[in-house]
Design a protein around this ligand. Sequence first.
Ligand code: SF4
Length: 405
Amino acid sequence: MDRHQRFALLTEEATGDREHGLPGRPRFNEGPVGIRKVRLPGGGVTKLMRVMQTNACSLSCGYCPTFCGGKVRRVVLSPEETARTFMEAHRAGMAEGLFLTSGVPGRPQRAMDRMLATVDLLRRREGFRGYVHLKMLPGADEGQVRAAAQLASRLSVNLEGPSDAVVRRLAREKDLSGDLLPKLELAGRLSREARLEGRPELAAPSGTTTQFVVGSQGESDRDLLGLVSRLEGKGLLHHAHFSAFQPVAGTPMEGLPPTPAAREFRLYQAEHLLRQYAFRFEELVFGSNGNLELDQDPKTAWAVGHPERFPVELLKASREELLRVPGIGPRAADRLIATRRGTVLRGADDLRRLGVDVTRGGHFMALGGKRLAPRAPAQQLRLFMPGGHLPSVVWNTPVPPCAYR
Ligand code: SF4
């Protein structure tokens, strides 16, 4: 296979990844090269090339088609090929940033060195100063984390699960408390210290991320969000990704049921409450099974349990109070505060124009002393039927479905 064919096989074009994707998939020469428009931390959109350096792997992650026993075609890109292909796309105006991940064939340090060599070529030889997200591999050593922090804009370490037992069941070679977690904490500390010194460019200026495979091993949302909350609270993690487990053909977990898409969606909503709405972990509402409710978003679940806090008078409330109201996000809160200073807000239509979701949150809002809806919505619209985003048969994909988060 030539370089572009191998590139096409190692990018997310092969997966149908669904997160952050915007319409439009540019093609490059004779094949697709996995370039997507994605949102950048802090705002804006960039064209990101997401690629695995190799899908060869000697680990046994039970959800992954490229696990050591997987019957997929294995291909490799050298650091030179990866850097050259990216720079060709970059110079053609097609890619502005790179997301680089890899399987782990043999010694993890060797695979990690090849990824570092790719980014080193981009930074030092090609003079590329743009966004690079580098996935740290399980088994990478401390020196490699430090080197990666100097080269990459963002580092990520996939924790996969919230406890040692869950992670071992997902992949027997992976070690949460002895390897993955200390690696993520070190990357987070390097990035945080550089930010505190006022020189964020010295170490992963966009911070760290992680990912969890959700739902195949009985872990609870409480366990997942508890770990995320602890890391984000210490400034060691910028944000987390949650991938609802979905069975892939030919993997050891092919026969397990998929996780409902709604669970992944609720986890993202709850993580946003912790990170952007000043909610404390203890305030999140979990059911007796330790999971978030699927039929109600986490903010509404909290609001229903605190009737003494509502309705909130929208003409007077502080930003913090507004952010507690279902249907009001940070942008709508800011618009509301800016607008109410000089304009008379008369009703629901004015609020909707500012981005307030009156249908969802009207019961929790008052305007000029008048509550906007007499009752809380009995049940929210389902955005997905459970499992609705998943294929009805097991997936067939040559790269891990969650490789590029
Ligand atoms: S998830 Fe990553 S480490 Fe695990 S088998 Fe797949 S490629 Fe290898």
